[in-house]
Design a binder for this molecule. Structure first.
Ligand SMILES: Nc1ncnc2c1ncn2[C@@H]1O[C@H](COP(=O)(O)OP(=O)(O)OP(=O)(O)O)[C@@H](O)[C@H]1O
Ligand SMILES: [Mg+2]
Length: 388
């Protein structure tokens, strides 16, 4: 439904930071899919969306929407915004304050260039789309007399009213409070599934991206670092950057002992001793390896408990509790082993106080090796240096 090939757009304003924009990205969005661009502020998400919409002229690349080439830098083809069949909700939501709910939603039909809509047709379409977003009966209300969430829904209704081929949503929930964001998240997902409209969604909120998307593309500094479904992105990050950006991680470093062919388990020599972990890319013995493990994937037991003797011996380490932070559903424990601190999320255990001896065990399947290459290694190095 949407193909973006080698899209480049560099901003060259005198105040722009070097490399600002997008530096050559490619991705495909199948029909009816919910595709999310996820990344930190300034990584190029809005730039990408604006290029797809035709609001920004790229430097180079190709963009194809439902078989129509809307942009090609080689042939010079550029289809204007209003001929691309796109519905868009912008980062800071804009409903027109001087218009009623009805007129806001009807606006795209009134100004449509591709065809004329009769008054009756406009009334029918607006009614249907307002019902769909839960604003049925609000037609006559001035749009300023809506709550934040309702205004957001109105912006979505307006983007859907002309039945776009492609829906582009740029952080549409960013102005809402946490509870409403949560609710709107499920509503958006339902709406997208009901209408079947192919959607490109932009957010810097990782939990939102994981919850709502069929496919997530993680961006950093104008590049796509990893594309996958939410569980792949979460469980099999391909760089330290992705691992760290999507939730809390533990990071261990070491040197690979023997060659590994993928997919497979390899042993990495660390200051704690050998650690077994899963490899997604083949690697040669002697390579420096980073390993990541989620705090909730680590088993924690008291050293003096009977469970301790039943734990698998692989990736089993003894340590001491240095901190415990009660957070309701789980408790975050910080465990120190040979000067290395590991975070573990576990059920609250009142006996696990600071100073207590414990064992931790990490399944090799849940310990992911990262063999970084070329630009991606550089990328995550930069992020480490800047502490992001
Ligand atoms: N019109 C512009 N002129 C010059 N530089 C720009 C312009 N728009 C964006 N940039 C720069 O390009 C980079 C990417 O911006 P973009 O708006 O795409 O980021 P983003 O990923 O959407 O970030 P956010 O999450 O903060 O919205 C940033 O460094 C930004 O400062
Ligand atoms: Mg943005």
């Amino acid at each position: 439904m949407l193909t973006v090939m080698n899209l480049k757009k560099q901003y060259r304003h005198r105040t722009s930071e070097p490399g600002a924009g997008v530096m050559g990205i490619s991705f495909d969005v199948p029909e009816r899919a919910f595709f999310t661009l996820l990344g930190p502020s300034g990584c190029g998400k809005t730039t990408t969306l604006r290029c797809i919409a035709g609001l920004e002229e790229p430097d180079s690349g190709r963009i194809i929407i439902r078989g129509d080439e809307v942009y090609n830098s080689d042939t010079g083809r550029i289809t204007p915004v209003n001929e691309r069949g796109i519905g868009m909700v912008f980062q800071s939501y804009a409903v027109w304050p001087h218009m009623t709910v009805f007129e806001n939603a009807a606006f795209p039909l009134r100004v449509a260039k591709r065809r004329r809509y009769s008054g009756k047709e406009i009334a029918n379409r607006v009614k249907a789309v307002l019902e769909m977003v839960g604003l049925g009966g609000f037609e006559k209300r001035p749009s300023t007399m809506l709550s934040g969430g309702q205004q957001q829904r109105l912006a979505v209704a307006r983007a859907l009213v002309h039945q776009p081929t492609l829906l582009l949503l740029d952080e549409p929930l960013s102005n809402l409070d946490a509870a409403l964001r949560h609710q709107m998240r499920s509503e958006l997902k339902r709406l997208q599934k009901d209408t079947g409209v192919t959607t490109v969604y932009v957010t810097h909120d990782q939990s939102e991206a994981l919850a709502i998307s069929d496919t997530v593309a993680v961006m950093s500094k104008g590049l796509i670092v990893q594309v996958g479904n939410p569980t792949e992105i979460y469980n099999r990050p391909n760089t330290e950057f992705v691992a760290g950006f999507i939730g809390t991680i533990n990071l261990l470093r070491g040197r690979l002992e023997t060659d590994v062919n993928v997919p497979g388990i390899g042993a990495v020599e660390t200051r704690l001793g050998p650690v077994h972990c899963s490899f997604m890319t083949s690697a040669k013995a002697g390579r420096e390896i980073a390993m990541v493990c989620r705090p909730e994937d680590i088993v924690l037991v008291r050293a003096d408990s009977t469970q301790a003797s039943q734990l698998p011996k692989v990736n089993l380490f003894q340590g001491v509790v240095v901190e415990s932070l009660f957070a309701g559903e789980t408790t975050e424990y910080v465990i120190e082993m040979e000067g290395t601190c590991i975070r573990v999320h576990s059920r609250f255990d009142s006996a696990l106080v600071a100073g207590k001896q414990v064992f931790i065990q990490m399944s090799p399947d849940r310990m992911v090796a990262i063999v970084e290459e070329g630009q991606y290694a550089q990328l995550s190095d930069d992020h480490r240096r800047t502490g992001t």
